[in-house]
Unconditional design. Structure first.
Lengths: 410, 410
């Protein structure tokens, strides 16, 4: 990792005068704190002896049943026996990688993909290959071509990792038609799909699309999370896996942490059973929709010619492509100097791509901050463009490398 | 793993009519539940926006300072910068193994050693070697001899894993004199020590001994936990490591889970700052001392000739050696049939040892249950002895293998 410089920069970027369009933090200030305060106290008062004790490595059976109800909203018919509760879906990603990946094994990802997934796959020495995306998600023909090429080269592929809804970082959603094609291709190649779906319920327009797992229970490991629909502070995520895989994941979880917090699992369970959580998600969605709309309108109104961006129907992120000759990574220190921060696109590739891209988050700043942030960003870009027009390039390119800090962190 | 049978047995053993001397669960019913209920509510009410958000991968700086105060009780002078908060000390063990161990690397452990440490080392394909112990802990000459032999064979050793206080499972404590010798030997061989100390503050007699880390800050990674001194339900443990190692552990933690629960860390922090936790530990120690005394007195009064056991000065466990010809693993189903459970010694070795041993826990059952449990166990042993005297052996030996479920779980 060569992250120290960018980490230092992000330390500056966390100052209050900087508008951060970088972090992927949900806006937890919209939560019903009073009710959550009651819930945590009730769990200790009424279930303290269990909540404060070790639990099972697979997770609380009551919560696992409730998780099945949540997944039913995305078309998934599953049993609690096949669910394992994890420390955020990040731990599920880590456990799946641990179980499946030997050094040198190929793992397929979208291009771009979630930065911490890259870090996790790299930690287990996977050979990370990207598959091209467009505005409708991963391109089936590109997936097919990649798999055929790797098969011809005798390279085993362990799984295809995808964030099909409102992807992090690109903001795009895999269309229903493409989901069918992707599943067909993966079935034909006997390839496991790792479906990571933290944002699926945060949809601000359009029709919900069935989870990949809903139509391929034997071929898909599904990862879910309460980090965006409730709070990341309890660190409750999960994996739903075919039972032979699930058994291996439970052993891996026991080795990794013995068991997750019984207390946190019971708190989330009580929240789900006592709070109108579907209404809460609707409230979240109204708030996030306004922020997304503000960001898209600001981009539309202010961005210089030659800039393009995605139009997410949900989730937290917009993916921007800068005009030719601009370099988002090289520009970042100057942007932070002008009190606006983003994550450069290079962090979302295992290869040296993404220099002309940046990820902008609209989840955490207020609408006013978002439009002010875009205004500052456009100012920086215009200076870069004028440098480019004078010298042919805006700046020396910094060295390549995956150097974004985890963008879910502040 | 060939654990399914033993797991099934432990499912039976968790029935209320069975006295379980198997689990390593602390007795959380002795906790001040009312105060803890207030604390969790206060954290949400007063610090909710932070508690419910993502935190840093290294952990809450306030809690890390408080952890340094806890470690000071064992002679450790450390700074919060070198502490990383983990999901129980189990995750710290996992992260250290992940950072240091490549497949085939040698890891040294005591004989016997903590079962889930064996599982974790095995998960990363370590070559696990045991070093002999006696009533004063690991034998320095055996450590020296093992290291010399491995060096001559050109086998790199990554670290020496030790539970120096009231060891799990043996109940023995490494003497002060031996700590000096062990540190000398490890320094001479340039070998890292992994000091796992979950029970250190639970001492019921005798003088506290300084942590190994207190006298060798550059050579020791120290693992601590609030699971036994407060509650395992919050899953708060930690590692204290030399700073170069600590930086690697933080990156590994980020890959493994992004960050631990901010909420749980703030709850434990508030408990430490608002509750007389040293007094609480004294109360725990009085309760556990009575249970230990009951177990030792029952063993003394009832055990058949030829049985020996350790006399722990603290912690949760007594290690029993059965008379010649008895096999603790083969006997377990009959013991459960007589409504008493324990963990067979075989689980605590990577090799095929420990057949004549069992681990008895006195932490969770009441004193009455403990003496009744020992009475039942002695009944089973007497039947085995009479079989042995008639047929020469008590029973067919079941196959070897590490098959204990994690003994901290119910």
């Amino acid at each position: 990792m060569v992250a120290s410089e960018v980490r230092a920069l992000f330390a500056v970027a966390s100052r209050p005068e900087v508008v951060s369009l970088a972090g992927g933090m949900p806006n937890v200030s919209a939560l019903p704190l009073e009710h959550i305060g009651e819930i945590v106290q009730q769990v200790i008062a009424e279930q303290g002896a269990t909540a404060l004790q070790y639990g099972s490595a697979q997770g609380d059976p009551v919560l696992r049943e409730q998780i099945c109800d949540v997944m039913a909203l995305e078309g998934i018919d599953a049993g609690a026996d096949d669910v394992i509760v994890t420390v955020g879906s990040q731990q599920a990603l880590d456990l799946v990688t641990r179980v499946f990946v030997d050094p040198g094994d190929v793992v397929l990802c979208e291009a771009p993909t979630y930065v911490t997934a890259i870090n996790t796959f790299a930690a287990f020495q996977a050979d990370i290959r990207h598959v091209a995306m467009d505005g409708d998600g991963v391109i089936p023909e590109a997936l097919e071509e990649t798999l055929t090429r790797l098969a011809a080269a005798g390279r085993p592929v362990k799984f295809f990792y995808t964030v099909p809804n409102f992807q992090n970082p690109a903001g795009v959603t895999l269309s229903a038609e493409r989901r069918r094609r992707v599943l067909e291709i993966c079935r034909a190649h006997n390839l496991l799909v790792l479906e990571d779906n933290p944002y699926g319920l945060l949809r601000y327009e359009g029709e919900a699309v069935r989870a990949l797992r809903a139509d391929a229970p034997d071929n898909v490991i599904y990862l879910g999370s309460f980090s965006k629909t409730l709070s990341p502070g309890f660190r409750i995520g999960w994996a739903l896996a075919p039972s032979a895989v699930r058994a291996k994941l439970v052993l891996a979880a026991e080795s990794a942490m013995l068991s997750h917090s019984s207390f946190n699992q019971m708190v989330v369970g009580r929240y789900l059973s006592t709070h109108p959580w579907r209404e809460q998600i609707k409230d979240f969605n109204e708030m996030y929709r306004e922020r997304r709309d503000t960001m898209l309108a600001s981009l539309e109104a202010m961005m210089p010619a030659g800039t393009t961006w995605t139009r997410p129907e949900g989730g937290f992120f917009v993916w921007v492509t800068l005009p030719e000759g601009l370099d988002a990574k090289a520009m970042l220190p100057r942007a932070v100097g002008k009190r606006v921060a983003y994550v450069p696109g290079t962090g979302f590739y295992a290869s040296d791509e993404g220099r002309r891209n940046m990820r902008l988050s609209f989840c955490y700043p207020s609408p006013d901050q978002i439009s002010e942030g875009i205004r500052r960003l456009v100012g920086v870009m215009k200076s870069e463009i004028s440098l480019r027009d004078t010298f042919g390039t805006a700046s020396a390119r910094p060295p390549a490398g995956n150097d974004a800090p985890s963008p879910d962190l502040p």
